[in-house]
Ligand binder design. Structure first.
Ligand code: PLP
Length: 431
C-alpha cells in the first residue's frame, strides 16, 4: 500500500490517488465491472492470488482502492477496504475471524443496528455475544470472556449514548485475552481520534457519516493496524493461519503478512457475500474526505455552542455532549480526543416522550431525518425511530432513554441553528 508520511490535512486532500504524467488530477471513477487481460494465464494467476490486479469490481476496483488507501493513511493502518455500508463493514470485520461456535464480547452502548446484528443475526449464524458495560472495571469485563471468544468490540463514541471509550483499558483487556480490539470510529473520525495509537487493532467506519459528510452515499470501511499477531494464536484464528481450501491451500498470514486480515476479507468474504461499494459512491466519499479536516472542528465548535444554549433553557432536563464540563465522558474525551469529539449530542425535555415529539415537529431549519453526522443539522428520536425494535431494557442498556432526542449539529452558522431550536422550545407549554 502507498504510504506517505504526511499530515492529516494533506492526507485528506491528496492521498490515495497520485496521478502520473497526463493522468486526471481528480480520482477517476472506474465505472467498469471488469478488467481486461491478454492471456488466459494472466487471469488464472489473479484467481490463484499469485499476482495482484483487478479483474472484477465485486472484489476490487481502482477507485475504491484509492479511497480505502486514503482512509488507511488517515487511521495510520497498513491496509483497508471499502464496503457497501457501515453495517457490512462491521459484519465483515467480525465474520472474518468468527464462525459458528465462536463468541464475541461487545460494549452494550452501541448503535442500534449493530446491537441487532450482534444480538439477533450473528446468533442465527451460531456466533454468540455477551454485552458488557464499557465503564465497568476491567476485572468485571474480563469475566465475560470464554475460551471461544474471538473479538472485543466497542464504539469510540457510542451512538447515541455519547460515551467516550477508554480505549487503552479496552485494548489491554482484549490483549490479555488474546483477541483483537475492533472499534467503530465513525463519530470522531480519524481527525479527532486515532484508535491505533491507543492499542486498537482494527477500526471500522460507517463512511455514510462524517467521511462522506454530505449525506449522499451509504458506505463503510475496515482498516487494519497490522499489529495483531494472528500467528501467536493459530488455533484461535484458523481462517487466517491455516490453509484456505477455496484458494488451493493458501495461508493468509504466510502469503500476505500484515495484509492477511484485509486480504482475506476481500478475496473470501467479498467474493462470497458481495457487499461491494460502488465506484461512484467511493468517488463521492473521496470528495467528502477532502474537507473532513475542515468540517470536523466546525461541527464540534457549533455543537458546544448549541449544547451550552440548551443547558440554559428551563424546558431542558439534561444535555449530553462529551465536551461539556461535568459530562461523564469529559475526561476521557480530553485524553483521547483533545481537539474535539463530534457534532452529535443528546438531550431530554421536561415532560418526556410527548413533549420531545412536539419539539421536533416545531423545528424549521433543523430537519427530522434518519441520519447523523452530515453538513446539515438534523434531529431524531431514537426510541421512536432507529431503536424502535429494542425493548425498554435493551434501550436502557444501549443508553437510550425514552425522552432522548439526538441532535446532529451541522456546519451552518451556529446562531441560526440556535434560533431555530429557541423558537421550537418557545412553542412548548412545559417550562
Ligand atoms: N456505526 C455507527 C456508529 C453508526 O452510527 C451507524 C449508522 O448510523 C453504523 C455503524 C451503520 O452504518 P451504515 O448506516 O452506513 O450501514
Amino acid at each position: 500500500m502507498e504510504k506517505e508520511k504526511r499530515n492529516l490535512e494533506t492526507i485528506c486532500v491528496q492521498a490515495g490517488w497520485t496521478p502520473k504524467k497526463g493522468e486526471p488530477r481528480v480520482l477517476p471513477i472506474y465505472q467498469s465491472t471488469t478488467f481486461k487481460y491478454e492471456t488466459s494465464d494472466q487471469m488464472a494467476k489473479l484467481f490463484d492470488l499469485e499476482e495482484s490486479g483487478y479483474f472484477y469490481t465485486r472484489l476490487q476496483n481502482p477507485t475504491n482502492d484509492a479511497v480505502a488507501n486514503k482512509i488507511a493513511q488517515l487511521e495510520g493502518g497498513v491496509a483497508a477496504m471499502l464496503t457497501a455500508s457501515g453495517q457490512a463493514a462491521i459484519f465483515y470485520a467480525i465474520f472474518n475471524i468468527c464462525s459458528a461456535g465462536d463468541h464475541l464480547v461487545s460494549a452494550s452502548a452501541i448503535y442500534g443496528g449493530t446491537f441487532n446484528l450482534f444480538g439477533v443475526t450473528l446468533k442465527k449464524l451460531g456466533i454468540d455475544v455477551t454485552f458488557v458495560d464499557q465503564d465497568a472495571p476491567a476485572e468485571e469485563i474480563i469475566k465475560a470472556f470464554r475460551p471461544n471468544t474471538k473479538v472485543l468490540f466497542a464504539e469510540t463514541i457510542s451512538n447515541p449514548a455519547m460515551n467516550v471509550l477508554d480505549i487503552e483499558k479496552f485494548a489491554k483487556i482484549a490483549h490479555s485475552q488474546g483477541v483483537p480490539l475492533i472499534l467503530d470510529n465513525t463519530f470522531p473520525t480519524p481527525i479527532n481520534c486515532r484508535p491505533f495509537e491507543w492499542g486498537a487493532d482494527i477500526v471500522v467506519h460507517s463512511t455514510t457519516k462524517y467521511m462522506d459528510g454530505h449525506a449522499t452515499s451509504v458506505g463503510g470501511a475496515i482498516v487494519d493496524s497490522g499489529n495483531f499477531d494472528w500467528d501467536a494464536y493459530p488455533d484461535k484464528f484458523p481462517g487466517l493461519t491455516q490453509p484456505d481450501e477455496s484458494y488451493h491451500g493458501l495461508t493468509y498470514t504466510k502469503s500476505f503478512g500484515k495484509g492477511a486480515y484485509i486480504t482475506k476479507a476481500t478475496v473470501q468474504l467479498m467474493r462470497d457475500l458481495g457487499s461491494a461499494q460502488s465506484p461512484q459512491n467511493a468517488f463521492l466519499i473521496n470528495i467528502g474526505l477532502e474537507t473532513l479536516h475542515l468540517r470536523m472542528p466546525r461541527h464540534c465548535e457549533n455543537a458546544v455552542k448549541v449544547a451550552e444554549f440548551l443547558q440554559s433553557r428551563p424546558e431542558v432536563a439534561w444535555v449530553n455532549h462529551p465536551q461539556l464540563k461535568g459530562n461523564k465522558s469529559y475526561e476521557l474525551a480530553k485524553k483521547y480526543m483533545p481537539d474535539g469529539t463530534c457534532g452529535v449530542m443528546t438531550f431530554g425535555l421536561k415532560g418526556g416522550r410527548e413533549v420531545s415529539v412536539n419539539f421536533m415537529d416545531n423545528l424549521k431549519l433543523v430537519a427530522i431525518v434518519t441520519h447523523v453526522a452530515d453538513a446539515r443539522t438534523c434531529v431524531l428520536h431514537p426510541a421512536s425511530h432507529t431503536h424502535r425494535q429494542l425493548s425498554d431494557e435493551q434501550l436502557i442498556a444501549a443508553g437510550v432513554a425514552p425522552d432522548l432526542i439526538r441532535l446532529s449539529i451541522g456546519i451552518e452558522n451556529a446562531d441560526d441553528i440556535i434560533k431555530d431550536i429557541e423558537q421550537a422550545l418557545d412553542q412548548l407549554s412545559v417550562k
